[in-house]
Structure formats: C-alpha cells, structure tokens
Design a protein around this ligand. Structure first.
Ligand code: ATP
Length: 277
C-alpha cells in the first residue's frame, strides 16, 4: 500500500488498501491551518433558496454554544450572506499578518466569518464568477484564525453550483443537515442537493422541514399555509432521518431582523447530540 498523504485522511478509501495518493484523482481535502484545531465540521444545505438554511445554521450554533461548546460559523453563502445580520454584527475582520480574525457574536462568543463583514457596505453586491466565489470559501477555511473549535457550522448557498461543490470536495465535512420546506417544489430541488451529497460521499445527518405551518397566537390552531407537511415522505424517499419539523414563528423572523437570534428560545438542542458522531 502506498504511503498515505495526510490530506487523504477524510477520503472514504483511506483504509481500503488500494489507496495511492500519488495517483489518486479525487480532489484532495484542504488541511487545516496549523494554528487551528477544528474538531467537527457540519454543513447546512438545501439546494432551494429561502427555506431557512441560515436560520437553521444560526440556531444549531446557538444551541451548541449554550451547551458550552466552542462554535464557529463559516458563511459560505458568499453572494447572499445573512449570518452577520442575524447576529447583529458588522465589525470588520482584521488580519494579524498571518490569518484573518473572525468576529465574535455579542452574547455567546460564536466566531463568525462572512464576506459581508469584508464589504464596505452591507448591501454592496458581490459580482464574482464561480471559481473566485469558490476560492473565497477555501480561504475562509484555510486563512481564518478559528483557533480551537468543537464545531464549525458551514452555511451553504442555495443550489448545487461551484460553492457547494468546492465545500464538499475541499472541506472535511463530517455531516450535512438538509433543510427543506413543505412544498413539493422545494422537495424536488432539495433532492438534487441530497443526491449531490451522496455522489460526493459526504454523510447526511438528516432533514429539517422548516416553515411547516404556523400556530395561531390567538386560538392555538395550526395552519398549513404551504400545504400539508411532506417531511416524513421526503425523509423516507431519500432514506435519511427526519430530524425536526419547525413551524413558522414570527418571533424568529423578528429576532433575525433585529440581529438578536441569540435570544431565540426554541432552540435545536434535541438534534445537537446527532452532530457528535
Ligand atoms: N421558522 C421560521 N419562522 C419564521 N421566519 C423564518 C423561519 N425560518 C426562516 N425564517 C425567515 O425567513 C427568511 C429566510 O430565512 P433564511 O435566510 O434562513 O433562509 P436561507 O435558506 O438561508 O435563504 P438563502 O437561500 O437566501 O440563503 C429570514 O428572514 C428568516 O428570518
């Protein structure tokens, strides 16, 4: 058996006996910056836009941070970044000459890196071609001083284009949380993301159906405003676990808009044990 390249550690064939890093054509995972120690990388993905990936990313990070874990968020949604706004941060990251310092969230010290923090104005558009966008994600992995982290949560952009592909091929992702909404249209697009993760051999932790109806604050009745939940069916069809069904909650969108998502109380604590292995 040929000597293994340390970059091959996360390859599914690393223990197969047929590994030869000198002839392997699989894209190599990027090593960590030697000054970082990131224990687990979890990506949040959908394929479909606007279903709540950034909200789920933030809620997972807040849950973990409240449990005492050291957490970072890599905002890989380069052209539509919303993480800084949800956490109410706008400080500009500075470099120590070797790496870029992430910005810490206000309450729970979650380390955040997002392209929006590097723009002059938060509404400046990022008009870059795919390879440059993908390069930014690699730099957020390699050139940011994340330090010691128990979890790095990666907020993926919608779609199955250059950025998700680069993230899956270059970052040592331990698992993906898939976010969908009840509409069949959303599920059709989300299936593409699930297939992509399977093709790239990145483990899927499970599915979260978000925006699944709303509970009337007056009468307590549940209204399926986007139709009946398709969560069970979608999980079964794709042979992945159903992690959670989240209703629409006006409190959540208000806290996101105020930059106070760390104050939201209905957290995703019950799914965080699944992120450990
Ligand atoms: N369960 C929910 N209840 C109420 N509002 C929600 C819920 N989930 C998400 N939202 C709101 O919906 C909007 C879109 O959510 P979010 O930005 O998380 O979606 P996204 O999938 O990351 O979007 P994009 O595809 O643009 O990256 C936000 O304003 C957010 O506050």
């Amino acid at each position: 058996m040929a000597k293994q390249n340390p970059d091959c550690q996360s390859c599914s064939e690393k223990d197969s006996g047929s590994c030869d890093s000198t002839t392997c054509s699989k894209p190599q995972k990027l090593p960590q910056n030697p000054s970082n120690n990131i224990k687990r990388v979890v990506a949040v993905m959908s394929g479909k836009g606007g279903v709540g990936k950034s909200s789920v990313t933030s809620l997972v990070a807040v849950s973990l941070a409240k449990q005492g874990y050291k957490v970072g968020i890599l905002d890989a949604d380069i052209t539509g970044p919303s993480i800084p706004k949800m956490f109410g941060i706008s400080d500009r990251p500075v470099s120590d000459g070797k790496a870029l310092m992430p910005i810490w969230s206000k309450k729970l010290n979650i380390k955040i890196m997002s392209l929006n923090l590097l723009l002059d104005n938060e509404d400046d558009p990022v008009i870059w071609r795919g390879p440059i966008l993908a390069g930014a994600v690699k730099q957020f992995w390699s050139d940011v001083a994340w330090g010691n982290l128990d979890y790095l949560i990666v907020d993926m952009p919608p779609g199955t284009g250059d950025i998700p592909l680069t993230a899956m091929q270059s970052l040592p992702i331990d698992g993906i949380i898939i976010v969908t909404s009840p509409q069949e249209l959303a599920n059709m697009v989300v299936r593409k993301a699930i297939k992509m993760a399977k093709m790239e051999e990145v483990p899927i932790i499970g599915l979260i159906e978000n925006m699944s109806g709303i509970v009337c604050p007056h009468c307590g009745d549940h209204f399926n405003i986007f139709g009946e939940s398709t969560a069970q069916k979608a999980a079964q069809q794709n042979a992945i676990p159903l992690l959670k069904v989240l209703p629409l909650d006006p409190k959540l969108s208000a806290l996101c808009d105020q930059g106070d998502i760390e104050k939201y109380e209905q957290l995703l604590d019950d799914i965080t044990p699944l992120l450990k292995n």
